[in-house]
Design a protein around this ligand. Structure first.
Ligand code: HDE
Length: 694
C-alpha cells in the first residue's frame, strides 16, 4: 500500500477501500467519502443571499462538531495519559499464574492516565488534590486495569459514602464554586463528620497532593488484592509504583502561581519529557503476605484507610513501567479510555475490601453513560490486544460484523458443519478464588462496619509524626489555609476536635493559626495507638528525594549585554547532568549578547516566571541588570525562586537585582561556577526565613 493510500485508509473506517487515484489521494472528504471542493465558503443563493438547507457539506460538518464532546468523568475529569510498557524483572510464577508475571524480561504494552479528582476537565493541573494513577495492561490473557491513586489510602471505608464525599468535595450545589478546591465549607463539613477520613486528610494536606510533576509521584493500588498461583494458592498483595525520577513536590505558594502561569504545567511536563526521549519510569512493587500475617496486624488489611508500613513489610520491586509514547489524539485515547478495577486477569483476584467491591460496580456503569454505548470496549484504546469472542452482540455502535447463525450457547450447530462460535474454557478460564467469606461464618445480611475498622486515628498520627518537620509545617499550614476558608465555625471546631486525637501539638498549631481555642478531643471509637514511625512516608530529606538535575529544568535569565560564554558553559554543564535548560529573556526573540550576537529565548520573562523551573541562573551584565531592576517580572522571578527555596546562581553584576528581590546569602545562593552542583536540590533550611508557617 502506498503512503497516499494509507492516509485515506486511516481516515476511513479501515475496511475495504477502492483504489485511490492520484487526484483523490489526500483529498478532504465528507464522512460519506464525497470529495469536498470548497471548505471555506458555504452554499448561498447569490453571493449575499440566504444559506441553502441543501448544503450537506456544511450541515454534516456542524452536526459532527455539535457532538464532539462527551460527558466528562464525574471524578478524575482532568487528566493526561501516555503509552508505554511494563517489563518484568523476575518470574512470579510461585505466587501468581497471571501471564504477564511469568517470564522475566517480558514486556506488556500499557496505557497510563494521570488525573486530578475534583476539578472539571477544563480546570488546572496543580490544585491541592489527590492524583489518579490508572494503568491498563494489555496482557496476552486480556486487559488488567490497576486503577490507583498517588496516595495509598482513601477517605472512606464503604463505597456507599462515595457519592456524598464527591458531592461535598466538588463545587457547592447552589453556587457552583469552588472548582478543584477542597477549601470550602461543604468538604470540611463532611470530613469533620467522618473520622474515618482522618488518615487520608493527613496525606491530602501534606505535600503529596502537590506533586511537582506527574513524573515525581508514587502510585498505589490502595486496596488489598489477591494473587493466585497455578495450584490455586492465594497470596494477599498491595501494589506500589515507585518513580525512578524520585519524589518531588511543589510548595503551596508555588503551585498556586504555576496554576496561573501554566494551567497545563503537568501535562506539558509529561509531554515534553517523552518528546525529548527522557522517558519517565516507575518500578512496580508488591507487598505480598498471607492470612497469618494479616491476622497479626493491629489493623484490618481490608480497610482502605490503612497502609502496611514499609518497615513492617518491605516492598519487593518486580518490574518497571516506561512511558515512551504520547497519544496521537487526546480525545480518541485519553478521553475515551475506560478504566475499570473489575478488569482483572486469571492469577489476580479481589479481596473483600468493601470500597473495592463498590468500585467493581461503578466503573462499568459510569462508562455506559460517558461513552454512550455498551460497545465502548471496541474503541481501539479500550480493546484488548488478544482475541475477544463471545455472544454479547448488537447494541448501539456495534463496530464488528460477527459471522454465523449461532448467537447463543450452548448450541450444536458446529455438529452440522456450521460456525458454532466460541466455547467456555474450564481449565484456563478465569475462576474466582473460593475464599471462606468473612469473620461472620453465618453470613447474616448486615449493614455494619467491623470492629477491626474502628481505629481512625493511629495511622494518621503515625503519618504526621513520620514526616520531616518542614512537611509537618506545610501540613499544619494547609489545614489552617483550608479551614480559614470555612465560614461555619462549628465545622472548624469539630475538625480541631478530630485533630486532637491525631496529635495534640498539630491540633494546637492549627488552632493557633485560626486564632481559635482548641476544643477537647472528639470521642474516638477506640484508644489511639502509637505505632512505630515510618521514614518511608516522608518526601523531604527522605531516601526518595534525590539531589539531581536529571529531568529537572533550569531557567537561565539573560538580557542585553549578557556574557555568551557564561551561558554556553551553563548549557553544557546542565546537559551533562541530564537537566533541561530554558533561556529566559525580556523578549522571546532574544537578547543582544556581549559581542553583538542575538541569543534566542525559550521563554519570555513575563510569561515564564521562575515557578516553572527548578533552579535559576541570573546571567546579567551591569546594563542588563539596570534594565531589569525596573521590571517587576524580573524582581518577582528572583524573589519567587528564593521564596521557593530554589538554587540561585548569579553573576556579580546581577547582585543589585538579587538585593532588590530580598535575596539573602545562604548555601543555595552561589556564583555561576558553583551553580550546577547547587541546583540539584531545594534549600529547606531557608524556609523559616521566608515564610511564616503554622
Ligand atoms: Fe474511582 N471512579 N471511585 N477511585 N477512580 C472513577 O470511573 C469510584 C476510588 C480512580 O483515568 C469513575 O471512568 C467509586 C479509589 C481513578 O479514567 C467512577 C469509588 C481509587 C479514576 C469512579 C471510587 C479511585 C477513577 C469516574 C468508591 C484509587 C480515573 C470516571 C467506592 C484506588 C480513571 C470513570 C481514568 C474514576 C468511582 C474510589 C481511582 C465514577 C464508586 C479508592 C484513577 O466510576
Amino acid at each position: 500500500m502506498t503512503k497516499k493510500h494509507k492516509l485515506v485508509n486511516e481516515i476511513g473506517n479501515g475496511g475495504e477501500t477502492h483504489q485511490t487515484t492520484d487526484e483523490s489521494a489526500g483529498a478532504l472528504t465528507t464522512n460519506q467519502g464525497i470529495r469536498v471542493s470548497d471548505n471555506q465558503n458555504q452554499l448561498k443563493s447569490g453571493d449575499r443571499g440566504p444559506v441553502l438547507l441543501e448544503d450537506f457539506v456544511l450541515r454534516e460538518k456542524i452536526f459532527h462538531f455539535d457532538h464532539e464532546r462527551i460527558p466528562e468523568r464525574i471524578v478524575h475529569a482532568r487528566g493526561t495519559a501516555a503509552h508505554g510498557f511494563f517489563e518484568l524483572y523476575e518470574s512470579l510464577s510461585d505466587i501468581t499464574k497471571a501471564d504477564l508475571f511469568q517470564r522475566a524480561g517480558e514486556k506488556t504494552p500499557l496505557f497510563t492516565r494521570f488525573s486530578t479528582v475534583a476539578g472539571g476537565a477544563g480546570s488546572v493541573d496543580t490544585p491541592r488534590d489527590v492524583r489518579g494513577f490508572a494503568v491498563k495492561f494489555y496482557t496476552k490473557e486480556g486487559n488488567w486495569d490497576l486503577v490507583g491513586n498517588n496516595i495509598p489510602v482513601f477517605f472512606i471505608q464503604d463505597a456507599i459514602k462515595f457519592p456524598d464525599l464527591i458531592h461535598a468535595a466538588k463545587m457547592e450545589a447552589d453556587r457552583g464554586y469552588p472548582q478543584a478546591a477542597t477549601a470550602h465549607d461543604t468538604f470540611w463539613d463532611f470530613i469533620s463528620l467522618m473520622p474515618e477520613a482522618t488518615h487520608m486528610i493527613m496525606w491530602a494536606m501534606s505535600d503529596r497532593t502537590l506533586p511537582r510533576t506527574l513524573r515525581t509521584m508514587e502510585g498505589f493500588g490502595i486496596h488489598t488484592f489477591r494473587l493466585v498461583n497455578a495450584e490455586g494458592k492465594s497470596t494477599f498483595v498491595k501494589f506500589h509504583w515507585k518513580p525512578k525520577q524520585g519524589l518531588a513536590s511543589s510548595l503551596w505558594d508555588e503551585a498556586v502561581k504555576v496554576a496561573g502561569a501554566d494551567p497545563d504545567f503537568q501535562r506539558r511536563d509529561l509531554f515534553e519529557a517523552i518528546e525529548r526521549g527522557d522517558y519517565p519510569e516507575w518500578e512496580l512493587g508488591i507487598q505480598a503476605f498471607d492470612q497469618a500475617f494479616a491476622d497479626s496486624l493491629p489493623y484490618d488489611v481490608l480497610d482502605p484507610t490503612k497502609i502496611i508500613p514499609e518497615g513492617v513489610l518491605p516492598v519487593r520491586l518486580i518490574g518497571r513501567m516506561v512511558l515512551d509514547r504520547y497519544p496521537d489524539n487526546f480525545f480518541a485515547e485519553t478521553e475515551q479510555v475506560a478504566f475499570c478495577p473489575a478488569n482483572i486477569v486469571p492469577g489476580v483476584d479481589f479481596s473483600n475490601d468493601p470500597l473495592l467491591q463498590g468500585r467493581l460496580f461503578s466503573y462499568l456503569d459510569t462508562q455506559k453513560s460517558r461513552l454512550g454505548t455498551a460497545n465502548f470496549h471496541q474503541i481501539p484504546i479500550n480493546a484488548p490486544k488478544c482475541p475477544v469472542m463471545n455472544f454479547q452482540r448488537d447494541g448501539q455502535m456495534q463496530m464488528l460484523q460477527p459471522k454465523g447463525r449461532a448467537n447463543y450457547e450452548p448450541n450444536s450447530l458446529a455438529d452440522n458443519g456450521e460456525n458454532g462460535g466460541p466455547r467456555e474454557c474450564p481449565a484456563s478460564g478465569f475462576t474466582t478464588f473460593p475464599s471462606a467469606e468473612g469473620h461472620n461464618e453465618q453470613g447474616d445480611k448486615l449493614r455494619i462496619r467491623p470492629a477491626s475498622f474502628a481505629d481512625h486515628y493511629s495511622q494518621a498520627r503515625m503519618f504526621f509524626r513520620s514526616i520531616d518537620p518542614a512537611e509537618q509545617a506545610h501540613l499544619a499550614s494547609a489545614l489552617v489555609f483550608e479551614l480559614s476558608k470555612v465560614a461555619v465555625e462549628a465545622i472548624r471546631l469539630r475538625m480541631l476536635g478530630n485533630l486532637v486525637n491525631v496529635d495534640q501539638e498539630l491540633a494546637q498549631r492549627v488552632a493557633d493559626g485560626l486564632a481559635m481555642t482548641l476544643p477537647k478531643a472528639n470521642p474516638a471509637a477506640v484508644e489511639v495507638q502509637d505505632f512505630d514511625l515510618s521514614p518511608a512516608l516522608r518526601i523531604v530529606k527522605g531516601d526518595r528525594e534525590p539531589a539531581t538535575l536529571k529531568g529537572r529544568t533550569v531557567g537561565i535569565l539573560i538580557a542585553d549585554g549578557s556574557e555568551p560564554s557564561a551561558v554556553d558553559t551553563l548549557l553544557e554543564q546542565i546537559k551533562a547532568e541530564g537537566g533541561v535548560a530554558k533561556i529566559i529573556a525580556p523578549k522571546v526573540g532574544g537578547a543582544k549578547m556581549k559581542g553583538g550576537a542575538i541569543l534566542k529565548a525559550d521563554g519570555q520573562l513575563a510569561g515564564t516566571p521562575s515557578v516553572m523551573v527548578d533552579a535559576i541562573a541570573v546571567v546579567l551584565s551591569d546594563v542588563g541588570c539596570d534594565m531589569l531592576l525596573k521590571d517587576s517580572a524580573a524582581v518577582q522571578f528572583v524573589m519567587d525562586a528564593f521564596g521557593h527555596l530554589k538554587a540561585i546562581g548569579h553573576t556579580a553584576e546581577a547582585k543589585p537585582l538579587l538585593d532588590k528581590a530580598g535575596v539573602q546569602a545562604d548555601e543555595g545562593v552561589v556564583s555561576l561556577d558553583a551553580f550546577v552542583a547547587a541546583a540539584a536540590q531545594r534549600y529547606w533550611d531557608r524556609e523559616p526565613k521566608v515564610r511564616t508557617l503554622a
